[in-house]
Design a protein around this ligand. Structure first.
Ligand SMILES: *[C@@H]1O[C@H](CO)[C@@H](O)[C@H](O)[C@H]1NC(C)=O
Ligand SMILES: *[C@@H]1O[C@H](CO)[C@@H](O)[C@H](O)[C@H]1NC(C)=O
Ligand SMILES: *[C@@H]1O[C@H](CO)[C@@H](O)[C@H](O)[C@H]1NC(C)=O
Ligand SMILES: *[C@@H]1O[C@H](CO)[C@@H](O)[C@H](O)[C@H]1NC(C)=O
Ligand SMILES: *[C@@H]1O[C@H](CO)[C@@H](O)[C@H](O)[C@H]1NC(C)=O
Length: 416
C-alpha cells in the first residue's frame, strides 16, 4: 500500500522534475526525507516554518546536520525569534557534501565548511563556518568556527545520503553560535544601501541614497524584491552619463535596477524572459530580458548586456546580485541602441521616444535626451571591455562551488 503510494509519488515527482528541466532544483526534498524519521519531526517542522526547506531543496552538494527532538527542545527553550531560529538552523546546513565516509576521511583531519548561514550575508567574519575535526576513537566533532575551538557536537549517524546531492546526518546537539542566535533583523529592517556598500556596490548605494528611488526599493522589500546593482567600477564609468539625466531619468535609471519580486539565482535561471522593473510605469516599459549564457545569467536591455557576477544576499524575500555593467534602458539611451544602418544623426524614432505619448503621474517630465553617439567611449561595448576584466570573470557564488557544479552539469548535459 504505502510502497505503491510512494512509488506513485516518485513518478509524479520525476515527471515534475522532467517538466521543469533545465531547472536543476527539486532533485531532493528535505521535508520528505526527514518525514520518515519521527525523531527529527521538530527539526523538520522548523525547516518548513523558517522557509529553509525550499532553500535546501534548490541547492545541490549540501549536508544537513539534523538534531533530534530533544536537541530541538533545548534550542526552543531559548525562545528565539523566528529570524534567529532560521539563522541557527541555517548554520546546520553545510554547503558541501559530507557523508559518513567523507567525514572520517577528512584531509589532515580537519576542514572548514561554509554554511547556509554564511551564504545569507547575515554572518560576519568566520561565524558562518563550521569546523569539522576527526577526533580520537573514530568520532567526528562539529563546531562553529567562532566557538573558540571547543567541539560542541559530534556525528551520531547517517540519516540519508544521496551522493553527491544531499547528505542528511544526525549530530548530537545544536551548534551554539551567539551570532546566529542574536535577534535577526526582519527583511524590512535590513539596510539595503549598507549591505550593498559592504559588498562592492558602494557607488550605486550612495547614488541611490541621494535619490527618491531608495524609498521605492525599501517599499518593495516586504513583498519581494530583487536588486541588480552594478559593481563600483561599472558605476564609476557610468557616472558622467548619469549626471546628465533629468531628475526623473535618474530615478527611472535606478529603479530600472530592481524587480518587484524575489528571484533566487536558480529562479532567474529557470525563468528566462522579458521582465518588468520598478521603473515600469504604463507606457514607459522599462523592461529587460533575463537570459542564460552558458553558466552565467545575463540581463539584456536593447542597448547592452550585463552579467551577474556575484550574489550579495539571497534570502527570501530579498535578493541582491552584482552586475558587471550598468543596465541601460532604451527609454533613456535610445541613441546608443545599435542601428542597422550607421546613421550619423541620432534621430529619435517615435517608438524609441516612448516617453512622449503618455506622460505618467509617476515620472512627470520626460527624461533627458540620450547622450550623443559620436564618441566611441559612449558606445556600450566600451563599457563592456573595461568592466568584464574585474571580478575575474568568474562566477563567484559560495566560493565557486555552485558554479563548478553547474559547470559539470552543463558538461553532463552536453554529453547527453
Ligand atoms: C542529483 O541532482 C541532479 C540535478 O538536480 C539530478 O539530476 C540527479 O538525479 C540527482 N541525483 C540523485 C541520485 O538524486
Ligand atoms: C516536499 O515534500 C513535502 C512532504 O511530502 C511536500 O508537502 C512538499 O510539497 C514537497 N516539496 C516539493 C518542492 O516537492
Ligand atoms: C578546527 O578546530 C581545531 C580545534 O580548535 C583546530 O585545531 C583546527 O585547526 C581547526 N580547523 C580548521 C580547518 O580551521
Ligand atoms: C543605511 O545605511 C546608510 C549608510 O550606508 C545610512 O546613510 C542610512 O541612513 C541607513 N539607513 C537606515 C534606514 O538606517
Ligand atoms: C551630456 O549632455 C550634453 C548635452 O546634451 C552633451 O554634450 C554631453 O556629451 C553629455 N555628456 C555625457 C557624458 O553623456
Amino acid at each position: 500500500m504505502q510502497l505503491s503510494r510512494a512509488a506513485a509519488a516518485s513518478v509524479v515527482v520525476l515527471c515534475i522534475s522532467l517538466f521543469l528541466l533545465p531547472s536543476t532544483s527539486d532533485a531532493h526534498n528535505i521535508t520528505r526525507i526527514l518525514a520518515k524519521f519521527p525523531e527529527f519531526s521538530t527539526f523538520n517542522h522548523y525547516l518548513t516554518v523558517t522557509q529553509l526547506a525550499p532553500e535546501i531543496n534548490r541547492r545541490e552538494t549540501i549536508t544537513v546536520c539534523a538534531v533530534d527532538n530533544a536537541g530541538m527542545a533545548d534550542l526552543l527553550s531559548k525562545h528565539l525569534t523566528l529570524g534567529a531560529l532560521k539563522n541557527v538552523l541555517s548554520l546546520h546546513v553545510l554547503l558541501d557534501y559530507f557523508d559518513a565516509k567523507k567525514l572520517h576521511e577528512i584531509t589532515d583531519g580537519t576542514a572548514l565548511a561554509a554554511t547556509m548561514f554564511q551564504a545569507t550575508g547575515s554572518a560576519t567574519g568566520s561565524s558562518g563556518f563550521v569546523n569539522i575535526t576527526d577526533l580520537k576513537g573514530g568520532k567526528v566533532g562539529f563546531s562553529p568556527e567562532d566557538n573558540g575551538g571547543v567541539v560542541s557536537a559530534t556525528f551520531v549517524k547517517t540519516v540519508q545520503a544521496i551522493p553527491y546531492n544531499i547528505s542528511v546526518i544526525q549530530i548530537s546537539t545544536i551548534l551554539p553560535s551567539p551570532e546566529a542566535e542574536a535577534p535577526a533583523p526582519g527583511p524590512s529592517q535590513m539596510n539595503l544601501t549598507a549591505l550593498m556598500s559592504a559588498h562592492g556596490c558602494k557607488v550605486f548605494a550612495e547614488t541611490l541614497l541621494a535619490n527618491p528611488a531608495e524609498q521605492t526599493f525599501e517599499d518593495n522589500i516586504e513583498s519581494g524584491l530583487t536588486i541588480f546593482c552594478p559593481g563600483d567600477d561599472a558605476m564609476k564609468g557610468f557616472m558622467p552619463k548619469y549626471k546628465n539625466l533629468s531628475a526623473a531619468g535618474k530615478q527611472s535609471l535606478l529603479e530600472y535596477h530592481g524587480i518587484p519580486i524575489y528571484q533566487s539565482l536558480s529562479g532567474l535561471r529557470s525563468s528566462n524572459g522579458l521582465t518588468n522593473t520598478l521603473a515600469t510605469d504604463g507606457a514607459n516599459k522599462y523592461d529587460f530580458t533575463v537570459q542564460n549564457d552558458g553558466t552565467d545569467v545575463t540581463i539584456k536591455t536593447k542597448i547592452a548586456t550585463a552579467k551577474i557576477i556575484n550574489t550579495l544576499i539571497d534570502v527570501q524575500p530579498l535578493a541582491i546580485y552584482e552586475l558587471n555593467k550598468v543596465l541601460l534602458p532604451k527609454e533613456l539611451f535610445s541613441a546608443l541602441a545599435p542601428t542597422p544602418s550607421p546613421a550619423p544623426a541620432p534621430a529619435p524614432t517615435p517608438e524609441a521616444d516612448a516617453e512622449s505619448p503618455k506622460p505618467s503621474t509617476k515620472h512627470k517630465s520626460p527624461p533627458a535626451p540620450a547622450a550623443p553617439s559620436d564618441s566611441p567611449a559612449d558606445a556600450p561595448d566600451g563599457d563592456v571591455a573595461d568592466q568584464t576584466a574585474d571580478g575575474n570573470g568568474a562566477f563567484r557564488f559560495n566560493g565557486g562551488r555552485f558554479g563548478a557544479v553547474i559547470l559539470s552539469l552543463w558538461f553532463l548535459f552536453l554529453h547527453l
